[in-house]
Design a binder for this molecule. Structure first.
Ligand code: COA
Length: 204
């Protein structure tokens, strides 16, 4: 079996609340980063406060909430974090969110690689049917990255977010397991296993 949590540029690793809390304390000082990841206006936390938030998160049901740090394969540097939250077991749906902290690390493929890893994990290990995310209208980098990972545009909440006195839309994007399997069919080693956990014909 392949290492399910390793991609071509990054790997998903355990989340150390103290380490990530400290990093987030610094990353959130960049108001652009804050505005990209947080809908609210009150995003400035100290490293300690951020650590407390992560510690509480890690107490959540581990079957439903998967939290990882993102580390570079090249030098093991902490780049950001990613989380997959199962929202409904009967429909096997989850929400995903991620952030790469330093601007210098944006546009290098790390975020898309981390997303590709978590989608593989979501569809081939957690046994999900769909993964959804939200992204802000003013974040074309993230939108492009999600499109590259196979997400489709599914809708928008109009003027749901206020920045610099201007209202922006929040987009919903989603990917179904069928979409993902179609995109990655050449990498799925065992087609029997890939379809084993969902014997019903695919419905879109
Ligand atoms: C969004 C994020 C996860 C994407 O990861 P990434 O590693 O930067 O993404 P990639 O390098 O794989 O791809 C970025 C793509 O956006 C494109 N892009 C960058 N700026 C752009 C812009 N202003 N307009 C359109 N496309 C843009 C890049 O050219 C690249 O596309 P390409 O590969 O076709 O050339 C990462 O940048 C990040 O965490 N940013 C800060 C926080 C954030 O926005 N989080 C997401 C909240 S929903």
């Amino acid at each position: 079996m392949k290492d399910i949590l390793t991609g071509s540029l990054v790997r998903l690793a355990s989340l150390d609340a103290e380490e990530l809390g400290k990093a987030y304390g610094n990353w959130r000082r960049d108001s652009e980063f804050m505005r990209l990841i947080d809908m609210r206006a009150d995003g400035m936390y100290s490293g300690k406060k951020q650590q407390d938030v992560f510690e509480k998160m890690l107490d959540d049901d581990p079957q439903a909430h998967h939290y990882f740090s993102i580390r570079s394969l090249e030098d093991n540097r902490l780049l950001g974090d990613i989380n997959l939250d199962v929202t409904n077991w009967s429909t096997r749906d989850a929400f995903v969110g991620l952030g790469i902290g330093e601007r210098a690390d944006w546009d290098k493929g790390y975020g898309t690689d981390a997303m590709n890893i978590i989608l593989r994990f979501a569809f081939t290990e957690v046994n999900l049917r769909r993964v959804t995310l939200t992204v802000f209208e003013y974040n074309p980098r993230a939108i492009r990255s999600y499109e590259k990972a196979g997400f489709q545009h599914e809708g928008r909440i109009r003027r749901a977010i206020l920045r610099d006195g201007k209202r922006w839309d929040v987009f919903y994007m989603g990917i179904l397991r069928d979409d993902w399997m179609e995109k990655h069919h050449d990498q799925i080693m065992d087609k029997r296993t890939a379809s084993f956990f969902d014997p019903q014909p695919a419905r879109r």
